[in-house]
Design a protein around this ligand. Structure first.
Ligand code: MG
Length: 243
């Protein structure tokens, strides 16, 4: 099945579930890490280095599954597994500072292949491209205006929400900022927790498997459809937003 047919089938299932067809699109809500930027390998490496330094057993790939969690939540998960109890606030702060320092030392992450094209098709069709990220990393947020001209004047970041993904709040806020109902938007996220958040907000959710997740894991998290690259998304948009 080609990607446009996959979309049509998934849109039918979305309509059966929600009572709305995902039509008259007015906004696309994009996650940032692992969608607009190929930054997840650096994040995973930075986490693994911190664990090695702190004597915590971890596998680099596991951090792709935790994407979207707060730093403290990831550290608590690692602590409970290793020591049978959570980490106190001071430990969380200290270990997260090490992880952040490691990440920064790796330099600027590269733009995800196909992402500029996909976003350009959204703004080119007169739709709003909205940023919905759990990140508060200033260095990368500042790059967006330069790398994605004309897009993402509307943003939901770590500073705008009480509850992070997988809670629906980030994507609900994104809809609110764009002033559109869920069925007039699409959401694009690469992480199981992000997909869960967008889906819980009632949005037709496209899971983009840009990291080392098992095929089908984003569908399992609630995505309406799963694709394997932003280039593929661009191909879908070239049909969807021009018809
Ligand atoms: Mg992401």
């Amino acid at each position: 099945m080609n990607i446009h047919d996959t979309f049509i089938t998934a849109a039918g299932a979305y309509q059966a579930r929600t009572g709305h067809a995902p039509g008259h699109l007015r906004a696309v809500l994009f996650d940032m890490d692992g969608v607009l930027y190929d930054s997840m390998p650096n994040h995973a490496k930075a986490w693994k280095m911190m664990c090695d330094e702190a004597g915590i057993d971890a596998d680099e790939d596991e951090f792709f599954a935790y994407e979207g969690r707060t730093g403290a939540s990831t550290i608590n998960l690692l602590y409970r597994r290793q020591y049978g109890h959570g980490a106190d606030e001071e430990t969380c702060r200290r270990l997260y500072a090490i992880k952040s320092r490691n990440f920064k030392a790796m330099g600027e992450p590269v733009i995800m292949e196909g992402a500029q094209d996909a976003v350009g098709r959204v703004t080119g069709a007169g739709l709003e491209a909205v940023l919905v990220t759990g990140s508060g990393q200033a260095s990368i947020l500042e790059r967006i205006a330069r790398d994605y001209p004309g897009a993402f004047s509307l943003r939901v970041t770590a500073h705008d929400v009480v509850h992070g993904k997988p809670h629906p709040e980030p994507f609900l806020k994104g809809l609110d900022k764009a002033g559109v109902p869920a069925w007039e938007a699409l959401a694009v996220d690469n992480a199981p927790l992000g997909v869960e958040s967008a889906s819980a907000a009632g949005i037709f959710t496209i899971g983009v498997r840009t990291g080392p997740l098992e095929p089908g894991s984003l569908l399992q998290a609630g995505a309406d459809m799963e694709i394997s690259s932003m280039t593929e998304l661009s191909r879908l948009f070239s049909r969807l937003l021009c018809d």
